[in-house]
Design a protein around this ligand. Sequence first.
Ligand code: HEC
Length: 153
Amino acid sequence: MRRKWLTTAAVTTLVASVLAGASISADEDSPLHKIMEKVQAKSGAIRKATRTPAQWKKDAKKAAESAEAIVKLAKETKPMTDAAKKVKDPAVKDPAALWAKMSDDFLKAAEEMVKVAKDSKTSAPDAKTAFGTLNNTCGACHKVFRIEEDDFK
Ligand code: HEC
């Protein structure tokens, strides 16, 4: 009995240290992580602006500014090829090249979002479509390169 108890304690300790290791490797303070938090805030602002025609009328200018901020951030993330080393799918042969491509897709979609938001003829549904394209580039990259999983894309 005593031995069994010790084993359980040992397993508990092991699990705790593995979890601690996992949260360290998630890299809360990595430069990419910090940029992503900003990207998330700007993207949330655009999403909100595209919700209804009234909201779009009011916030299109703000959405353009947020998209411009994402363009700048996307230019910062592209050279961060260290993140590409954490590729999740071992079938990916050239993670650095894929990172570069996904960074370009992200940048292009953000630039398009700027254009769309600055065009006074853009309707809320059109803005939503452009935002959807941008948002898909987030999910595509996270699917390949982001280690921890949670409910957001
Ligand atoms: C070129 C690849 C790429 C693109 C494009 C990308 N991300 Fe990320 N994102 C990552 C990686 C890699 C991580 C994990 C970074 C880490 O934790 O060190 C991440 C992490 C995040 C996080 C988690 C940060 C946290 O607080 O845990 C958020 C939020 C996020 N991204 C939002 C977005 C949004 C929103 C978009 C699109 C508007 C986007 N990302 C586009 C690669 C990308």
